[in-house]
Design a protein around this ligand. Sequence first.
Ligand code: TYD
Length: 208
Amino acid sequence: MQDGQAGSHNRYIAFEGIEGAGKSTVAARIADHLTAAGESVVVVREPGGTEVGEHIREILLGGDHAPVAMAEAALFAAARAQLIAEKVTPALDSGSWVLSDRSVYSSLAYQAAGRGLDLEDIRKLNDVALGGIWPQVVVLLRLDAGTGLARQAVGDRIGDEPREFHTTVAEAFDMLAEQDPDRFVVIDAAADPLDVVGQVLDALGVER
Ligand code: TYD
């Protein structure tokens, strides 16, 4: 579990952090650099990234529904299972990079720490959903909850949780990074955006 080591899977990169950390923007810039270097790149987002996943995203983040915590975790895992089968595995198998805007690590931070579900249960559930394929590198864009929430342009059902929830999530990301230092690259997302992108490129060994 949690290996993500095998062969081509070392090109599966996740971008993580609380709301407003700049994950989407940084992932897009890294994709530009890789593409300019002649690499094939697939960018995906979670939840979503497939037709089934986008329907599940609507259930999860649309304001009208409030699934219980375990249903929420299962729905994130379901969207993830679809994404892995339909997009991530085929891309990795063909030698592409996969840059994922959020990943399984969001479920460990939001559903386990944030919602209070058992961390090992959420790990196991997602290991099954992922078929054992975990991101090889997790770029954690680190930001405090106050700054992140102030930056957030549009809220959603989970993004609109109170600040304490997001503080718990931010602490959980820090804990996950501390426990898994070989996989995590931790970057101060309060820094200048160009600087953040430069640090990620260096960490991935991509020429600037
Ligand atoms: P998204 O629109 O991707 O926003 P952001 O810009 O914050 O990344 O929203 C995804 C929301 O879903 C966000 O509040 C985090 C939450 N989430 C989880 O709670 N668990 C998960 O496994 C994932 C992937 C996301």
